[in-house]
Structure formats: structure tokens, C-alpha cells
Design a protein around this ligand. Structure first.
Ligand code: NMX
Ligand code: MLT
Length: 410
């Protein structure tokens, strides 16, 4: 095994020396390549093209997409041209939307999203990653809005408009029944920030890594992103936002809206005693509070300060870390992005938590697509990175019975 220790490229992040101890650690701390869109520093958090995400939270989502694709902010003319390109590419072929009516409504919305990407890929994939990334970026709000409408029985999908901004159009196409003007404005504000905060998270988060791995075999962008979204669907990754909101609601039901901190502490201790996960807390890389959680709570103070779930989120932010912190095996007891997002979505009228992970996916496909473009079209002087093919040791029982007896590698 290579004993070489790589040089830290990001301050504050610890990289693992590649030894036997690196095995079965989820590749934690093992560097595998370059990410040109964003970086995650264990102490400082997330940066898009070198800029702290908290400072970008209120920027126009389409301009941040442009930044991730081009590594530079657009000029006013470039921004207008990019908006035009998105509008020109936003129509989803009717057959794709019609296929949604055939899907079982019992299927989780993330399964619908994987279906949507796969089906769109059948008619839209050109094999040109750049072209497909722009096309999918333009169409993903249409797909996700249609998933909500058809699966929830709100009515037929609404056609996108040419006169609205990227997230304004998404909220329009959702057409949430009974949402008044005030809530619509708040949901729009929230979705703009939510979208920006979820675009990208370095090169190694599970969905991004999976998407790039699938693309390394030269699968097209839609196949790669379908796989990436299946990875995002797991509760330890993207679905933590749904799980966390359901936990928040459970806390509200059990301890009432009086914000009984002792009652909440008891619930958390009981969950840990039952070996349950406390969703919305912990991180594989961050060792401080996720700046995206802070940005979402700051927004919550503006749009839903008196909401009971939001108040519970703030209480959990205070009471969970000291409890998780007493467990020496937990590397990070602090809130992550999924701790707060669900309470804001609920307060702004998206009341079914089953959909929260497709909103994460709506945003994350952008960062993954941008990273796939680098790996497939730009890396190694344009040749692209090779097919992903790590090594495993052959061992009849692995570590199922403790130490592994290694017979050969392959
Ligand atoms: N609740 C209960 N146990 C935890 C938690 C938590 N919030 N965080 C870590 N642990 C456990 C973890 O399961 C592991 O147990 P074991 O040794 O028995 O396998 C141990 O503590 C050490 O884990 P860490 O090294 O701290 O974390 P790791 O890098 O393995 O995992 C997460 C990172 C994010 C998967 C983990 O912190 C977690 O499960 N958090 C809750 C789920 C969540 O909120 N996920 C969303 C992450 C962000 N996202 O959007 O993707
Ligand atoms: C993400 O945004 O992808 C999550 O924080 C998970 C990660 O970075 O591992």
C-alpha cells in the first residue's frame, strides 16, 4: 500500500495517511482529485470558487450557477445572456411529464426524481456534458415542480414562464394550493437562498462522488445524475432534511410548544440509547457548525421567527451539541445544513416533508453537473479523469469477525 501522506490542500482539514486504517472508513480524508467549483474546510466551512457561502446566500441563484460553471461572476450582459439561455432550454418534452402520471404515488419523491432524470435523458441526452448540463439546469425546476403537482394531485404541471427568474419561476410552477401572496413571497425568498446554499459541497460528498464515478465510465450526464440523486436519497445524506423536520415535529408534539429544554434533552438521550441517529447534526468533514445552517436560521429570523418548529430548531441547536459532544466517537456534534431547512420550508407552505430532499436535489444537480464537466472535459489537459477503479483486498470474511485475513488484492 502506498504509505505516502498527501499535502493538505485545504487549511484546517485533516487528510488521512493511506494505510490499512484507511480501509472501510468511507474513504474519509483520502484525497482523490481536484474540485474546481467549491471547497469545504473543516473549520471555516464551504466556499464557492473561493467565496464563503454565507456571503453568497442572498445572491441571485442564476448568477451563482454561472459562477459555478464559469468560475467567475457574470457581467450584466453575460447574466442577461445566461438567463436567456436558461429560458430557451426550459421546456420539458410533454412525454416526459406525461410519464409521471404512471408512477405509484406511494413511491418517495426521490424515486420520482430518479425516474424524471432517467426519462428526460432518453430524449434529451446529447452526450455533450456541457450542453446537457445547461439543458438540465434549465429543466430541473420544471421537473421538480411537476413531481410535486402530479404526485400531490395539485393538478397538471404548469408550463414555465419566460418572464420570471430561476427560482421565481419554480415557485410559480409549484402553484401550491391556497398559498397567499405573503407566503408566496416568503417561499420565493426561501427558495432563492435554499437553492444557493445547496448547489455544491466540495468534491467528495456522496452524491457528487457517485455522479462523477458513474460519469467516469462515460455514462451520459442524465445517467450520472440519476445515480447521484439515488445517493442523495439516503437518510444519512440528503434525506436527513426530511428526517430532521420529522424529529422536530416529534419534539413539538412530545414536549409541546413551551420549549421545554429538559424534555427535549430526555428525548435525545433516549434516541441515542436506542442507537438512533440525531438527524441534522454531525458531518464527515466539518468540525464546526455548518455555515449553511447558520444562514438558514438567519433567514428564519426574518421570515418565520414565531414559527413553533423554527423555535424548536433553535432549541435543538442549543441542546443537541452538548449531548452529542459527550460521546467521544462523534467527531462533530454541531448542526448541519439539514437541521434548519425543513422548518423554514414547512413555515413557508411546503407542508409535506417527503419533498424536502427533491428540493436539495433540484439545487445539487447544478454543482454535480459542473464537477462532471471538469472531470470529463477539462481534467488532465482535456483528456478527462480515468474510469474510477479503486482496489479492494480479497478476504473471505473481511472484518465481519474482527481482523481481516487478506489473501490478495483486486
Ligand atoms: N447521531 C447519532 N450518531 C452519530 C451522529 C448523529 N448525528 N453523528 C455521528 N454519529 C455516530 C456515527 O454513526 C458513527 O457511529 P459508529 O462508529 O457506530 O459507526 C460515529 O458517531 C462516528 O461518526 P463521525 O465520524 O462523527 O461521522 P461520519 O463521518 O461517520 O458520518 C454523518 C457523518 C453526517 C453521516 C453523521 O454525522 C450522521 O449520521 N449525522 C446525522 C445524519 C445527517 O444529518 N446527515 C446529513 C449530513 C449532511 N448532508 O446533507 O448530507
Ligand atoms: C452535502 O452538502 O453534500 C453534505 O453536507 C454532505 C457532505 O458534504 O458530505
Amino acid at each position: 500500500m502506498n504509505q505516502q501522506t498527501s499535502k493538505p490542500a485545504t487549511q484546517g482539514t485533516k487528510y488521512m495517511e493511506i494505510t490499512k486504517e484507511s480501509l472501510e472508513t468511507g474513504l474519509r480524508g483520502v484525497p482523490v482529485g481536484y474540485c474546481t467549483t467549491s471547497s469545504v474546510d473543516a473549520q471555516k466551512g464551504l466556499f464557492y470558487v473561493g467565496q464563503a457561502v454565507e456571503e453568497l446566500a442572498e445572491r441571485d441563484p442564476a448568477e451563482v450557477i454561472y459562477l459555478l460553471f464559469n468560475k467567475t461572476w457574470p457581467t450584466a450582459a453575460q447574466s442577461a445572456e445566461f438567463a436567456k439561455q436558461l429560458v430557451a432550454a426550459q421546456q420539458v418534452p410533454p412525454a416526459v411529464l406525461a410519464s409521471f402520471a404512471t408512477l405509484p404515488r406511494t413511491g418517495h419523491p426521490m424515486k420520482w426524481l430518479v425516474h424524471a432524470l432517467n426519462t428526460l435523458g432518453m430524449v434529451d441526452a446529447s452526450g455533450d456534458y456541457r450542453k446537457d448540463a445547461l439543458s438540465l439546469t434549465a429543466k430541473i425546476p420544471v421537473l421538480v415542480a411537476a413531481i410535486f403537482r402530479v404526485r400531490e394531485g395539485w393538478g397538471a404541471p404548469l408550463a414555465p414562464r419566460a418572464d420570471l427568474g430561476y427560482m421565481e419561476n419554480f415557485v410559480y410552477m409549484l402553484g401550491v394550493p391556497g398559498l397567499d401572496a405573503d407566503k408566496t413571497a416568503k417561499l420565493t425568498k426561501l427558495m432563492r437562498v435554499f437553492d444557493v446554499l445547496h448547489f455544491d459541497h466540495g468534491g467528495g460528498n456522496l452524491s457528487t462522488f457517485v455522479g462523477k464515478a458513474v460519469a467516469s465510465g462515460q455514462a451520459d450526464l442524465y445517467e450520472s445524475l440519476g445515480a447521484a440523486m439515488a445517493a442523495l436519497a439516503g437518510p444519512l445524506h440528503g434525506k436527513a432534511n426530511q428526517e430532521c423536520l420529522e424529529f422536530v415535529q416529534e419534539c413539538v408534539v412530545k414536549v409541546g410548544d413551551k420549549l421545554n429544554a429538559d424534555g427535549v434533552r430526555d428525548m435525545i438521550r433516549q434516541k441515542l440509547a436506542n442507537k438512533e441517529v440525531i438527524f441534522g447534526f454531525g458531518h464527515a468533514v466539518l468540525r464546526v457548525e455548518d455555515p449553511r445552517a447558520r444562514a438558514l436560521r438567519a433567514l428564519g429570523e426574518k421570515i418565520c421567527p414565531d414559527d413553533t418548529n423554527f423555535k424548536m430548531v433553535k432549541l435543538l441547536t442549543e441542546v443537541v451539541p452538548p449531548i452529542l459532544g459527550t460521546n467521544p466517537k462523534i467527531s462533530n456534534p454541531h448542526p448541519n445544513v439539514d437541521s434548519a431547512s425543513g422548518s423554514l420550508l414547512m413555515a413557508c407552505g411546503l407542508t409535506n416533508p417527503d419533498y424536502y430532499t427533491v428540493l436539495f436535489g433540484l439545487s445539487r444537480v447544478v454543482g454535480i453537473a459542473a464537477q462532471i464537466i471538469y472531470e470529463r472535459c477539462e481534467a488532465r489537459l482535456g483528456k478527462g479523469t480515468p474510469i474510477i477503479r479503486p482496489a479492494y483486498f480479497y478476504s473471505p470474511t473481511g472484518t465481519a469477525k474482527g481482523e481481516a485475513e487478506i489473501l490478495s488484492s483486486g
